[in-house]
Design a binder for this molecule. Sequence first.
Ligand code: ATP
Ligand code: MG
Length: 384
Amino acid sequence: MKSILLRMGELFLKGENRGMFENMLISNIRKKLEGLNYKLQRTRGRIMITDFDEQQEVVERLTKVFGLVSLSVAEEVDATVENIEQYVSTIKIGAKTFKVDVNRADKRFPVSSMEFAADLGGVILDANSNASVELYHPEVIVCVDIRNNGKAYIFDKVIKCQGGLPLSTSGRALLLLSGGIDSPVAGYMMAKRGLKLHAIHFYSYPYTSQQAKQKVITLAQQLCEYVDDIKLHCISFTKVQEEIHAKCAPEFMITIMRRIMMRVAEIIAKREDLGAIVTGESLGQVASQTMQSMTVTEDALESLPIFRPCIGLDKEDIVKIAKEIGTFETSILPYEDCCTVFLPKNPVIKPKLAKARSEEANLDVEALVNECIAGEEVIHIKSY
Ligand code: ATP
Ligand code: MG
C-alpha cells in the first residue's frame, strides 16, 4: 500500500510541550488536506498518510506545512523479513549504482540494520543484474524504515518540506504588509516560527491605485498557501498623509507616518489579541530603516514588540526567499506604496526622537488614529 511518511522537525526539542506541538501539527495537516480523501495515522516520531487518491496534490500541500522537515512517498508493508524482501525484489533500480539503508526504529525486528541492508542489497542485485552496490556515492538509495507500528516503509526519495514550527504554536501576530518584496517574506519567516498571522495594509487612495490594493490582496493570498488564511485589515491613510504633509517638517514625513502606522497597528493588534507586530525592515536598506529611524518608530508603540525577521538579510537573500515562496513576481509589479506619496527629497536618516515628537505635536494624532480605525475594511483571505 502507498503511504506518505512525514518527518517532524524541532518538535523533538520541546520536551513536555511536544504533545501540544504534535496535536497542532496534525490539526494543521488536516486543514491543509481539506477536501481530499486520505487517512492519517501517527506513530512515535512519524505521521503517515494513506488511502489518498491525488498523490501529487497531497504531497504538494504537505510540503507547505510548517513543522514538517521532509516526506517520502513509500510502499508500506507489514514488517516481516519475508514481506520486505518480497517487495524489494520487485524494485527496478533504473541506475548503475545503489545502496540500501535500513533504519530499525522498532528494535523488536529480528535482524540488525546492517545485516538486513546487506541481505536486501543481495535481493536487489538478483533482480537488477546491471546495477552494482556503491556505498559512498550511490545514484539511488533504497531506504527501509521499520517503525513501531509493525510496518516497514520502503522509498528512495526524500522531499524537503518547510521545517520550522507548526503554525499557531508560537501565538499570533500582525504583519505590516505593503506591496513590496520584503514584507511578504517577513510574514513567511515569522509564520514559519509558529506565528499565525493577521495583516494590515495602509493605502492612500486616490494617490495610490485600486491595483495597488489588489496587489496586496494577491500577496496575502499567496502567503495563504503556507498560512491557510489571513484576516487583512485595510486602512485608509490618505488623511494622515495629507495632514503630515501640511503640518510637519517635510524631512520628518516618513518618520511620523511610520509612527502613526505603528499606533494604528497596535490598537488593531490588541483588539484582535495579537501579541507582536511584524515588518519587513532590513537594517540600512532605506532612510527609514536606520537604527535611529527604527528607534523613533518603535517609540510610538505602547507595549507590543516588533519582529523584523529580515533585519540582517541582504536584499539578495530576501529576493531569494520571495522567489522560493512565490511572492516575488507579484511584488515586482509596478505599484505605488503609500510610503512613496509626498515623499520628501531629503528624509532624515538619523531622526532625533525629541524632534520627531515635537513635529508630531502639530497633529491631532489621536483623532487621526481613530479615523483610520473607523475606516477599517476587513478582508478574509483564504488559500482554497
Ligand atoms: P517592503 O518591500 O516590504 O515594501 P520596503 O523595503 O519597501 O519594504 P518600506 O517601504 O520602508 O520598506 O517599509 C518597511 C516596512 O514597513 C515594510 O516591510 C512593511 O512591513 C511596512 N510597510 C510599508 N508600507 C506599508 C503599507 N503601505 N502598509 C503596511 N505596511 C507597510
Ligand atoms: Mg515598501
